[in-house]
Design a protein around this ligand. Structure first.
Ligand code: CTP
Length: 215
């Protein structure tokens, strides 16, 4: 199968020396890319800035902003079987990017932010033949919020995790929510182990989709 995996944070520039970003390390996405390669799949890894090395067998696309990630996915998505959006895409970007360094002042300073495009919602709502997997990072009402995201973003699977456990950590614990209402928990374990379990689940869901189409 052909896996298209996103990982890491995005960076939204404010001026030539500053940007908005988040604490995502990229470890979960890179672990999924590695596990998919181990299982014999072709992997394209689209990554925001991280300190990790890409698995050598993956096709690697480096991006910085959400718009760059969207462009990379748009050109690759129609050729994939499984899209895994584990990237932590910034929800807002500065309304204006200053071409000069913003100088400090003595008074308070406000930055106007504008919402970014929801990459997963746009791509998963297009006519598609791949399965779409999202990652919901939550700190409260984890399953309910993740289920809402599954529906709103038209995903086949939403992987719910507690951002306080997952962020910048080598471990995670996740709840997999399926489009048909099914739920499967994977208890706390190194991200590499969780990634192997997730890849098996993605393979099964993809196989089932293909079988349904043939029937
Ligand atoms: N996502 C995306 N584009 C965005 C924001 C999120 O594609 N602009 C994707 C993420 O990659 C992830 C899923 O949507 O697969 C859920 O992301 P998450 O940050 O948990 O949720 P948000 O939609 O950003 O909602 P909120 O911040 O309110 O929890």
């Amino acid at each position: 199968m052909r896996f298209l995996v996103t990982a890491g944070p995005t960076r939204e520039p404010i001026d030539p020396v500053r940007y908005l970003t988040n604490r995502s390390s990229g470890k979960m996405g890179y672990a999924i890319a590695e596990a998919a390669i181990e299982a014999g799949h072709h992997v394209i890894l689209v990554s925001g800035p991280t300190n990790l090395s890409s698995p050598s067998a993956a096709e690697f696309i480096s991006v910085s902003t959400g718009d760059e990630m969207f462009d990379a996915l748009r050109s690759q998505a129609q050729n994939c079987d499984v899209l895994v959006m584990s990237a932590a895409v910034a929800d807002y970007k500065p309304a204006n990017v200053s071409s000069q360094k913003i100088k400090k002042r003595d008074s308070n300073f406000s930055l106007e932010l504008t919402p970014t495009r929801d990459i997963l919602a746009v791509i998963a709502n297009q006519d598609r033949s791949f399965i779409a997997v999202g990652f919901a990072a939550e700190t409260e009402n984890i399953e309910a919020n993740a289920l809402k995201k599954l529906r709103e973003k038209n995903c086949d699977l939403m992987i719910a995790n507690d951002a306080r456990i997952a962020i910048d950590s080598d471990e995670n614990e996740v709840t997999v929510l399926f489009r048909d209402g099914g739920i499967q928990k994977i208890s706390r374990a190194p991200k590499k182990i969780i990634a192997r379990e997730l890849v098996k689940i993605f393979e099964n869901v993809r196989e089932k989709c293909l079988t349904k189409k043939i029937m």
